[in-house]
Design a protein around this ligand. Structure first.
Ligand code: ACO
Length: 325
């Protein structure tokens, strides 16, 4: 049987120049490098410059992904941008990215699933590509969470950072086995009963303001591991694969303790985990493509590798995608 699979042609990422260390944060709020590292694993994060918007970060990551794929923007007919921090309430920042890339053909839209945004976005792109509505997709996760943080709240402001990552995907004919390259399966979940555990206290319809991120950290932690392991196990059982078959486990980079506990529960060898949060913090929808790009560029990810992406975040939303490189 031949089917269509969405394969990755190239990846790219971008971090703003300004690096904010834990020591600098300790001068702003009552915290310490020791507390932040011990509870989260984070040592520094990057912060977008004044006048540098989510779409600017996205364009830089996208340009690098196109270069890596050996393509130009004109080769793309679908742009999906995962973000919870768009430049404006509307238009979608994906359309701004399209314009900044000089593209007037195809179509572009944003996907909003907070920290799970990138998994939602590549699953969406995969569906459009496999059904033939698009040929080549640029999928981007880009965030400027620094703009929605309450910088007086030590329980949240130490956790997040800004950044962007991108992937170029193309649909190709494949055999329909797990030996195929490309996205093999994706599993998405959400449950709005948890909305108050992680949310932004503003918005166009409710307060006519942007608002600030609010979080019940312990509650998020309590649910994260079981939600993550559920969708990863769904991906394993849908494909007849398991933790031993994986080459790389690339989780959303929220917190080192959540990542380690999830990997342990799933029986994943710690040596297979890609970690970037130490120098980036939690960049929400950008964290997975940033981590993938880091592991591609330093040579860890090789053609044929089996890779599990997973995320959990505000909503709650959660999801996993299994792909062969
Ligand atoms: N510096 C110093 N002390 C702090 C800080 C800080 N930055 N933040 C909180 N504290 C204090 C608290 O005030 C509290 O003090 P108290 O006991 O005097 O009241 C104490 O530290 C313990 O606070 P807890 O909230 O119980 O700390 P906990 O061990 O749960 O760690 C954390 C907090 C790191 C947020 C943890 O709950 C966590 O990792 N939760 C998951 C949240 C997360 O990763 N969210 C990311 C977004 S969601 C996602 O992407 C999946």
């Amino acid at each position: 049987m031949t089917i269509k699979r969405s394969i990755v042609l190239g990846t790219g990422s971008y971090l703003p120049q300004r690096r904010l260390t834990n020591a600098e944060l300790a001068e702003m709020v009552d915290t310490s490098d020791e507390w932040i590292v011990q509870r989260t694993g984070i040592r520094a994060r990057h912060i977008a410059a004044e006048g540098e918007f989510t779409s600017d970060l996205a364009v830089k990551a996208a340009t690098r992904a196109l270069e890596a794929a050996g393509l130009t923007a004109q080769d793309i007919d679908l742009i999906i941008l995962a973000t919870a921090t768009p430049d404006n309430t509307f238009p979608a920042s994906a359309v701004t990215v399209q314009q900044k890339l000089g593209l007037t053909s195809g179509f572009a839209f944003d996907v909003h699933a907070v920290c799970s945004g990138f998994v939602y976005a590549i699953s969406t792109a995969d569906a459009y590509l496999r059904c033939g509505m698009a040929k080549r997709a640029l999928v981007i996760g880009a965030e400027t969470f620094s703009r929605i943080l309450d910088w007086t709240d030590r329980t949240t402001c130490v956790l997040f950072g800004d950044g962007a990552g991108a992937m170029v995907l193309e649909a190709v004919e494949a055999e329909g086995t797990t030996a195929d390259r490309g996205i093999l399966t994706s599993h998405l979940r959400s449950d709005g009963n948890h909305r108050d555990k992680l949310y932004v206290d503003g918005g166009p319809s409710s307060t006519q303001t942007v608002g600030h991120l609010r979080m019940q950290g312990k509650e998020v932690f309590r649910h994260a591991v079981s939600m993550i392991t559920d969708v990863v196990e769904d991906a394993f059982s849908a494909t007849g694969t398991d933790a031993d078959a994986l080459d790389w486990f690339i989780p959303h980079q929220a917190n080192r303790r959540i990542i380690d506990a999830s990997a342990k529960k799933l029986g994943i060898d710690p040596a297979k985990i890609v970690i970037t949060l130490e120098d980036q913090g939690n960049t929400s929808a950008a964290s997975i493509p940033l981590a993938v790009d880091a592991a591609v560029r330093d040579g860890r990810i090789k053609r044929g590798d089996l890779i599990m992406l997973e995320a959990m975040g505000g909503g709650f939303t959660w999801g996993a995608s299994l792909l062969r490189w």
